[in-house]
Design a protein around this ligand. Structure first.
Ligand SMILES: [Zn+2]
Ligand SMILES: [Zn+2]
Length: 339
């Protein structure tokens, strides 16, 4: 049997270990992917720290996967060996429950499958993925550039394009980290009057470089008042994991404006009077399914949106994970296998 390397979490909160396993065979409905690159995401901590019930260990994390299909399981249509594909957070859906049939497979009622959490992910030379989770990767996007788009990219792009804001309208992106640096680029390329909000004057050049029309330093000024001076934001994309920061920007929403929540935090304070007086809303957005990933990759290839990355070989996954979790990484860490 052929062997491969995987970086696994042996049990919740235990250190990563790199081990040799047999290369897996694709089950019916799935393909085997020879992994080329896998981004590290903060949500890999669900697996690392056992933050969701029922995770079976050992488990291989990683849901920002780019690779080549090298074996196709039974009952798979439309995919073939040799195709370059991406796999993200969404780990599959049944296709027959009421929610799937209503066109919302992200919220499938039968199965709640997440790559790298309910099945082994991309910190490995090979992984198995269900066919409905696969996205095509455009030729002119490198493996390292494409990987972070499979979670950080799709999450920000898909929320923004479904925000209800129209080109020319003001859209703010709260936070300039792994998600925010992509969110600002997407907002600008989608034609929004893009406002970046972060702490400190030192981020002005970065915000400009990413395409922001205006930068608000929320350590120096009230972001809600600053947004209202611009006429209010039709959408605010909250990419930070601070409930206080989210609470403090709500007052910057325009009439009919929406605060988009794409990361889980503790309770956010809500000004209910402002919501009803201005018909404003606070809405969560699930990253998306494989077609959303595919469209994120295609849009990025088309418009030049690219993540800023630090690249490490697979065997240095633990170090890369530490850089992401400590906030030191600028801005996403991508593991490469050399395959
Ligand atoms: Zn993620
Ligand atoms: Zn379903």
């Amino acid at each position: 049997m052929a062997k491969m390397r995987v970086v696994q979490v042996p049990e919740a909160k235990a250190p990563f270990e790199i081990v040799e396993r047999e290369v897996p065979e694709p089950v019916p409905g799935a393909v085997r992917i020879k992994v080329q690159a896998c981004g590290i995401c903060h949500s890999d901590s669900y697996t690392k720290d056992g933050l969701l019930p029922g995770i079976q260990y050992p488990r291989v994390p990683g849901h920002e996967v780019i690779g080549i299909i090298d074996a196709v399981g039974a009952n798979v249509q439309g995919w073939a060996a040799g195709q370059r594909v991406g796999v993200g957070w969404h780990g599959g859906n049944c296709g027959y429950c009421d929610t799937c049939r209503r066109g919302d497979p992200f919220a499938c009622e039968t199965e709640s499958l997440v790559t790298g959490i309910t099945s082994d992910g991309g910190y490995a030379d090979y992984m198995v993925a269900r066919a409905e989770t696969l996205a095509r990767v455009p030729e002119d996007l490198s493996n390292v550039d494409a990987a972070p788009l499979m979670c950080a990219g799709i999450t920000t792009f898909n929320a923004l394009r479904n925000s209800g804001a129209r080109p020319g309208e003001t859209v703010a992106v709260l936070g300039l980290g792994g998600l925010g640096h992509l969110g600002v680029q997407f907002a600008a390329k989608l034609g929004f009057r893009t406002v970046a909000i972060a702490r400190g004057q030192d981020k002005v050049p970065l915000a400009r470089q990413l395409g922001a029309y205006r930068y608000i330093d929320n350590a120096a000024e009230d972001p809600a008042a600053a947004l209202q001076k611009l006429g209010g934001a039709k959408a605010i994309l909250a990419t930070v994991t601070s409930a206080d920061a989210m609470s403090s920007v709500q007052g910057g929403l325009a009439v009919n404006g929406t605060l988009l929540v794409i990361g889980a935090v503790e309770a956010v304070k809500v000004d209910t009077l402002a919501l009803l007086r201005g018909r404003r809303s606070i809405k969560g957005w699930y990253s998306g399914t494989s077609i959303d990933s595919q469209e994120t990759l295609a849009f990025s290839a088309l418009t030049g949106v690219r993540p800023m990355t630090e690249i490490l070989p697979l065997e240095r996954a633990a170090e890369g994970y530490e850089r992401m979790m400590s906030g030191k990484a600028r801005f996403r860490v991508v593991l490469t296998t050399g395959n």
